[in-house]
Design a binder for this molecule. Structure first.
Ligand code: ATP
Length: 408
């Protein structure tokens, strides 16, 4: 069964035109019968359309999806929580294969799977996943998920209650409050940017709204306690070593004693990715199991900063910008080290600036008095952790017969 679904308001609002002009004619010219063409009419509509379509039809489902990461996330979230009856009841009932058409602003997942050319608006570039589907659709990649649960204090009262989705393992969590991400879970600067850039969407439809929001938040630091949790097979938390250009066991993670790493500090940046190349090693050194790649920037690691003060925060902004800029130069940010004067440089001989962690999950326990540290972003959606609460996030992989796939 084939569903064509697009979000007309994603990105610059051009999805309908692109589908009418390019996608639907391409499908028709290649003999693909479309069972339903639907445009979303409001937030969260995409998930509803998809679940209703699946309930109404039997057999394997492909979806040509014109959107950004947010609408894809709505599809995954709705499906992860859906229970089907009748014909759609078998073990593979929740399996969906997506042909993605990048129509959003960032399109992070698409640009991970299909590295963008100089002009990402290029029509042929944007049709690659659809063409893979048309070509027979045998080449797909399964998507891992990051499942995040927000807990209120005291934590013991709201322990994970049930399995979120039977086709992803090994996660057990509170079904109603769990957030499903296929791209990113973040706090700190990234969550602040996503939160504030949303307010700028109408005024600045392009990616420039992220730059404006970054400027508004660049001086902020966030106080939190983080627990880094090992992935099941690795048994330890891993950290990237720019000298050897490989992952090694985190010095504070011991498989036989205590594999969990506790970090109690101020953070400027904390971002976990799944299936996503802003963490550049996801593709260069692919993980052997479902893992999160986490990028942490802790200003007090700088050799010239020893206290959190307004002056120190201002002094740190150039380091932050250096890191953000290098991230767009083929992931060069992960090899930056501190120089003696506290700059970030590939030739630096001091501590590594960004800690690049590979692990099974994390707990984020924000300082109760730091309001900004309570924002958490799951694929663009902002949630607020309750005061004295925490967020717990784990990587999950699809079972053999279930899960979300993308045509590549
Ligand atoms: N018809 C609609 N009108 C208004 N908002 C909609 C409509 N349909 C979907 N939405 C909302 O639009 C939001 C943005 O969609 P999406 O994330 O796909 O695009 P984007 O934010 O431009 O791209 P990206 O996430 O890649 O940066 C989604 O959160 C979704 O809930």
């Amino acid at each position: 069964m084939l569903l064509v679904l697009y979000n007309p308001s994603a990105g610059s609002g051009a999805a309908k035109g692109f589908f009418d002009e390019h996608v639907l004619p391409l499908l028709a010219a290649n003999g693909k019968t479309v069972d339903l063409v639907a445009a979303t009419e409001y937030a969260d509509h995409a998930g509803k359309i998809l679940v209703e379509f699946m309930q109404a039809h039997d057999g394997p489902v492909s979806v040509v999806l014109g959107s950004g990461d947010g609408t894809l996330n709505e599809c995954m979230t709705s499906l992860a929580k859906a229970t089907f009856t009748g014909l759609r009841g078998g073990p593979d009932s929740h399996r969906v294969s997506f042909a993605l058409v990048p129509c959003g602003t960032a399109n992070a997942l698409y640009s991970t799977l299909f590295p963008p050319p100089e002009d990402p608006a290029d029509v042929a570039y944007r049709l690659q996943s659809v063409k893979a589907f048309i070509a027979g659709g045998t080449k797909t990649v399964p998507l891992h998920l990051a499942i995040t649960t927000l807990s209120s204090p005291p934590f013991a009262r709201k322990r994970p209650q049930g399995k979120l989705c039977f086709f992803y393992s090994p996660i057990r969590c509170s079904y109603q409050t769990a957030k499903v991400s296929g791209v990113v879970v973040s706090t700190c600067l990234h969550a602040s940017i996503l939160k504030d850039s949303e307010k700028l969407r109408a005024e600045i439809p392009s990616m420039d709204r992220f730059k404006v929001a970054a400027q508004q938040n660049s001086h902020k630091w966030y106080k939190s306690h983080v627990k880094l949790l090992p992935a099941p097979e690795a048994g330890v938390v891993q950290i990237y070593d720019p000298l050897t250009k490989a992952f090694t066991t985190h010095p504070e993670s011991d498989a036989d004693d205590e594999p969990i790493v506790d970090v109690d500090d101020v953070f400027s940046y904390f971002l976990a990715t799944v299936n996503f190349a802003i963490a550049p090693l996801t593709s260069k050194i692919p993980p052997a199991e479902a893992t999160l790649d986490i990028l942490m920037l802790r200003p007090l690691r700088s050799p010239v900063i020893s206290i959190d003060s307004p002056a120190a925060r201002a002094d740190f902004v150039p380091v932050l910008y250096k890191v953000l800029g290098a991230a767009y130069q083929d992931g060069a940010h992960i090899d930056l080290c501190y120089t003696e004067d506290g700059s970030a440089d590939a030739e630096g001989t001091g501590p590594v600036v960004i800690e690049y962690i590979r692990c099974g999950g994390f707990e984020w326990i924000p300082d109760a008095d730091d309001e900004d540290a309570h924002n958490i972003c799951t694929d663009g959606e902002i949630s607020v952790i309750e005061r004295e609460g925490r967020a717990v996030c784990s990587a999950a992989s699809p079972d053999a017969v279930g899960g979300f796939l993308v045509y590549v």
